[in-house]
Design a protein around this ligand. Structure first.
Ligand SMILES: [Zn+2]
Length: 295
């Protein structure tokens, strides 16, 4: 079984799947991109098959009797219900632990913890060939980390990914969201994620640093996770192994090259985005975006 579980927290479009690709190539780590397959549509697994046809996910689903949760949006529930509707996520984020404990039913917490442990066991069994010690969970939900902690699941640490807000806002816009909403969402998410610092072992990694100083950033991460430091060149050798990840299928062709930015953004739009998205973590400022256009 895994000795340690780490949790990635980041909004969408922050390079979390790329990070997962790098981490999963480490001999001591398993990481499956977004981790839980969606139930809203039949996702394509990293192996190229639909989740409904993938032997890995079929076995995981049956090992954890996931048919009990056919009403959920993903393989397993995100957190045990408090009120059972939309406000639950906010309550997990805002209420102190003692109050949440009063509101939650112990039997729900126990079931939630048991389900997660069964999931981890099933995933570990499939990776017996590499005898991994560490699982990096990529569900990216801050409320879920709080819920797991309340349920008594050991949290070895969180990996908070930051990224310049420009690409995030532009990519969200492309998916039909308003730039305003995306920028505010960015601000809220990073503020909440930063608040985990001091309560849970925490490391902040910027996508820009990962892209430009990959080996240095990986060294910090592997040291944080207490696994042997491994360089990108060595990780790249394992990219060919079967990887049943959830996420952007274009990563199947990922060769370790990371681009800083996809979009050309004019200065006045940048200013607007900065104002709305709030003060960014300082590491984001360490690179200039001026000369980086879409290639
Ligand atoms: Zn698969």
């Amino acid at each position: 079984m895994f000795d340690r579980n780490f949790f990635v927290v980041a909004p969408n479009f922050h390079g979390a799947t790329i990070l997962s690709r790098l981490l999963n190539a480490h001999s001591d780590i398993v990481s499956l991109g977004d981790t839980y397959p969606s139930r809203i549509f039949d996702q394509i697994c990293g192996c190229g098959k639909y989740v409904s046809q993938c032997p890995f996910w079929l076995d995981i689903s049956s090992s954890i009797s996931s048919e009990r949760y056919s009403q959920e949006a993903a393989l397993l529930p995100r957190y045990p219900p408090i009120l059972g509707f939309g406000g639950d996520s906010l309550m997990y984020n805002e209420l102190p632990a003692f109050l949440l404990k009063k509101l939650l039913k112990q039997e729900h917490l126990n079931l939630y913890s048991d389900d997660y442990q069964r999931f981890l066991q099933a995933v570990h069994r499939h990776h017996a060939y590499k005898q991994p010690h560490v699982f990096v969970d990529g569900v990216k939900s801050i409320s879920r980390v709080q819920a797991l902690k309340l349920a008594g699941v050991p949290i070895s640490g969180v990996i908070h990914i930051t990224r310049s807000p420009y690409d995030f806002v532009k990519s969200s816009e492309k998916q039909g969201q308003s730039a305003y909403k995306a920028a505010i969402g960015y601000r809220t998410y990073h503020r909440m994620a930063s608040r985990m610092q001091g309560k849970i072992p925490y490391i902040r990694v910027s996508y820009e640093e990962l892209a430009t100083s990959t080996n240095q950033t990986l060294e910090q991460l592997f040291t944080f996770m207490d696994v042997p430091v491994t360089k990108l060149d060595e990780l790249r050798e394992n990219f060919g192994e079967a990887w049943h990840f959830m996420g952007n299928a274009s990563l199947l062709k990922f060769d370790g090259t990371m681009r800083l930015s996809k979009y050309e953004i004019d200065e006045s739009t940048k200013k607007k985005i900065i104002r709305l998205s709030g003060k960014q973590p300082p590491s984001v400022y360490s690179h200039s975006y001026k000369d980086i256009g879409s290639s």
